[in-house]
Design a protein around this ligand. Structure first.
Ligand code: PGA
Length: 255
């Protein structure tokens, strides 16, 4: 049985003081969840702060990107082993804000996915279509193509115990979430694609949903059969909102 997972994606937000308030609140309010894993993905400079605050709690932490090579002359990059040095468990990969603003290709993301896995990190691979692609009815084709470079490199087995986040680009930061039915349908499609290649990997991969998740829609989304949790942007910067989302997932998981 897959455990639900709720991940905070702080993006490029925060300061030592603001982060501490959020982390202290999360520790106080999310320590007793039984059915949900919680992780906070912070900007690189705050990994140390996350490690200091969250060590010894059930809340995990991670980063929002990683270099594709293990070590070397790559100015500005951060290696997977460095994330491990700071106790990171998760790393978000291929977020659409990186592919649109930094031209990150699916091939690059595939290489990072493998690097992260080899280093013992749990990759959270983001996939999703634009509004035009949804309107044209090609969203499954688009998402399928985003998975293909990883499948071509290492086969479906690499998704065992990994995380995929379905994030329709039109839903990110817009306040316009996918409906539970739209998200469920895509999650089912993704799991089905993997199941045809490797049933065990398809069963263990957690497919979470991201895109304007908030305290009012979190229950309806996380209760769906193939929605294993959420990747939370804006609402993870507000302690009360993020905690309500985690608690909604906890209730959904206990049903
Ligand atoms: P949002 O962001 O919750 O602000 O829509 C989600 C994400 O980009 O991961």
């Amino acid at each position: 049985m897959r455990r639900k997972l709720v991940v905070a994606n702080w993006k490029m937000h925060g300061s030592l003081a603001q982060n501490q308030q959020l982390l202290d609140s999360f520790k106080a309010h999310l320590a007793n969840l039984k059915h949900v894993d919680v992780a906070i993905c912070v900007p690189y400079p705050y990994l140390h702060q996350a490690q200091n605050s969250l060590s010894g709690t059930k809340i995990a932490w991670g980063a929002q990107n990683v270099g594709k090579y293990p070590v070397g002359a790559y100015t500005g990059e951060v290696a997977a082993s460095m994330l491990k040095d700071f106790g990171a468990t998760y790393v978000i990969l291929g977020h659409s804000e990186r592919s649109t603003a930094y031209c990150e290709s699916a091939e690059n993301v595939a290489a990072k996915f493998v690097t992260a896995k080899n280093a013992g990190l749990t990759p959270i691979l983001c996939v999703g279509e634009t509004l035009q692609e949804r309107e044209a009815g090609v969203m499954e084709h688009v998402v399928s193509e985003q998975l293909d470079p990883i499948l071509a490199l290492h086969g479906a087995g690499i998704f065992k115990n990994a995380v995929i986040s379905y994030e329709p680009i039109w839903a990110i930061g817009t306040g316009l979430s996918a409906t539970p039915e739209q998200a469920q349908s895509m999650h089912e499609f993704i799991r089905g694609k993997l199941a045809r290649l490797d049933a065990e990997a398809a069963d263990s991969v957690r497919i979470i949903y991201g895109g304007s998740v908030n305290p009012s829609n979190a229950s309806k989304l996380t209760v769906m059969q193939d929605i294993d949790g959420g990747l939370i942007g804006r609402c993870s910067l507000n302690a009360e909102d993020f905690e309500k989302i985690c608690i909604a997932a906890e209730v959904a998981a206990s049903h």
